[in-house]
Design a binder for this molecule. Sequence first.
Ligand code: BGC
Length: 402
Amino acid sequence: MKKIMKSFVFAVLGAMMMVILYGCGSQTRGWEDNGQQLKKGDLIGISMPTKADQRWNMDGNNLVKKLEEQGFKTKLAYANNSPSQQSTDINNLVSAGAKAVVVASVDGTAVGPAVKQAKDNGATVIAYDRLIMNTESVDFYVTFELERTGILEAQTIIDRLDLKNGGGKDTPYNIALFAGSDDDNNAPYFFKGAWDLLQPYFESGQLVDPSGIVTKDFTTKDWKKISVHAWDQSQAQKQMDAIMTKLGDKPLAAVLSPYDAISLGAMKSIKNARPEMSPSIPFDSKNPTNASAWPIITGQDGMDIAITNIYHGAQAQTVFKDTSLLSDQTRDLLVDILEGKTPKSDKKPMNNGKKDVPTWLMNSDELVKNPKGEQKGLHYVVEVGFITEDQYQKDIKAPIIK
Ligand code: BGC
């Protein structure tokens, strides 16, 4: 009898242990509970937003190359800028056996359920360039210094319009302002970087927005009033058309654009509305009433069209992100996990509304035709291997505002 009791007690204890162990396992499932969870030969899923934009093609190719060099297998999917396509892509990557997914989201919030499913299946989730919002199911975030984009853009405008020395004091300078896509968590940071520097010139009356939307009382929180959904060039062109109508025949001093394709949309609109305006006559604060002058236009990404437009004076600068830095960081992080280490960043984590996500921040560069100080010349894109010399030659020979 004693023996039977003893076996019964052991059986009950054993069952309890199993329940406890299983419970813990399912709660902490992910890279934390087992540093060796990734091994050589594991599949890493890569989900990029769109093939239509030069930079995401570079990002995707770099990731494939660098992860395969480490012995991982990879699968790369492009979502055609569709949030539902991206969820399908992530589900497919996980079904194909991905042990980690690297996601540059189309819509940072909409992608939440898909990454939760990935995480529930034991995959590590890395938010790439754009933070994935309002979910616990994101382990790491790699991106570039976000506000820096807007800071560099605004500094060029301030400098070229001579605002510090009173440019616009007599007759206010007209400026058109754009922010990035309303579903991209990066966009308000880009705008904040610029607005913190430009707002004082709205306050002093040196800058005005002809559309009347942006005034001195505008705040960073209002950014969606000037956002361009999906970073779309033709949408930007439409928004610029409305601004040009309000501007009438007055001079236009500057366009704050957070992305090279938005800049191009704005240029096309300017050309249609005011054919007399020409990049060969850049806006000059010494002759601010010249209504044929071409505005100071900013951008981001160092796209081929930007190289062309900057070379010929149609665009003033672009904020260039060397995407190989981001793919190197992503690789390093996955290799840490492979080696059983916990990836550690010395930067402040970013909060996504649900958790503080460990974050890595890369540095971007400003490209201009005639660099000063820290700025870089256009050829820098060749020097860092972003494009080939051949492509660069094609870019600088191509016609502007295509
Ligand atoms: C990226 C930018 C890019 C933009 C449009 C942002 O999330 O950070 O580099 O210009 O998306 O693709």
